[in-house]
Design a protein around this ligand. Sequence first.
Ligand SMILES: [Zn+2]
Length: 115
Amino acid sequence: MNREKRHRSSRPGWQEEIAGERIDILFRLAEEEFDKHPKRSDRYVELARKIGMRYNVRIPKKYRMRFCNSCGNYLVPGKNCTVRTSSRTLSVETTCRNCGHVMRNPYAKEKHKTE
Ligand SMILES: [Zn+2]
């Protein structure tokens, strides 16, 4: 029962690395396809999120504002979402035009660069 968990700290990193690469590729495809096939972009986002969940890999910060947390749509500023900065909350607010969900991404200084 415990044999899988014994070497938790030495869990192979390659799986996460590959998952990260796939997420990267999927978001790039989503960007490329959006003009012609926006539905496909949504599908790529869905796949990327599934990979993230499966391998316990976080979607990189640079992509986290590129899709709606609520409906899962791939978001392109000026096309299907509105982006504006709020000096009150010191954050970038992205509003999904599909479902109206608002996401806030603080632009205050980060402690460490992790990416
Ligand atoms: Zn949405």
